[in-house]
Design a protein around this ligand. Sequence first.
Ligand code: FPP
Length: 236
Amino acid sequence: MNDKMIIPNHIGIIMDGNGRWAVKRGLPRTMGHKKAIGTLKELCIHMADIGVKYVSLYAFSTENFKREVKEVNFLMDLFINTFEKEFGFLKERDVKIIFSGRREPLPEKVLNAMDDLVNDTKNNKSLVLNICINYGSHAEIVDMTKKLCQLYKDGNISLDDIDEELLMKNMYNDLPPLDYVIRTSGELRLSNFMMYQASYAEFYFPEVLFPDFGVEEFDKALEEFQKRNRRFGGIK
Ligand code: FPP
């Protein structure tokens, strides 16, 4: 890390490899998710410290409901416990927490823990932490399209009002474009994560499994970002 480093404004993290991390150690898959919370806390502090403004985390996809009921239930309980007991420090660190995804069919207790966190951090001003739960990019685009159709039907917008800005304003959250998407565990896929927002993002796919993706690994990712030549479709 040095003062001249370019800090991506908006970083997306696909936290992959928790299950494999646990299985490699002869532990149940769920222990990988538990370990990931510690890694996540460490990363959030670091990202806030170095001045990242927006972070989007892929915590649970719309497709993750296809996993075994036991694992889904474990993750739901882990979300409640993390939001109620582990994320208190983010309030003091001036981190604002928001969520992206469909509320239906998330359990009431998860929704309440999410709502409390949003409410408790709504005036915070440093890092915006966007947690994607029951999130899918396809679902987001479907939901945004429905909102726009309703606005049109009610006479609140005309066809000429529809532009990229209005589309973004009607997504789950109005966020700046992603600059850097990191997916741990060596998988080379976006898996329905913020496709629209990632259109000009740089990508980084380290082999390391998410529970081991601590500050040191994050700083390697940041060094790699310095080497990228971003042209956004223009010339050098
Ligand atoms: C992918 O690893 C990880 C998930 C589906 C869950 C991510 C959840 C967390 C990191 C914990 C909770 C997060 C928050 C924001 C409180 P995997 O299970 O697909 O691992 P594998 O590919 O090795 O099977």
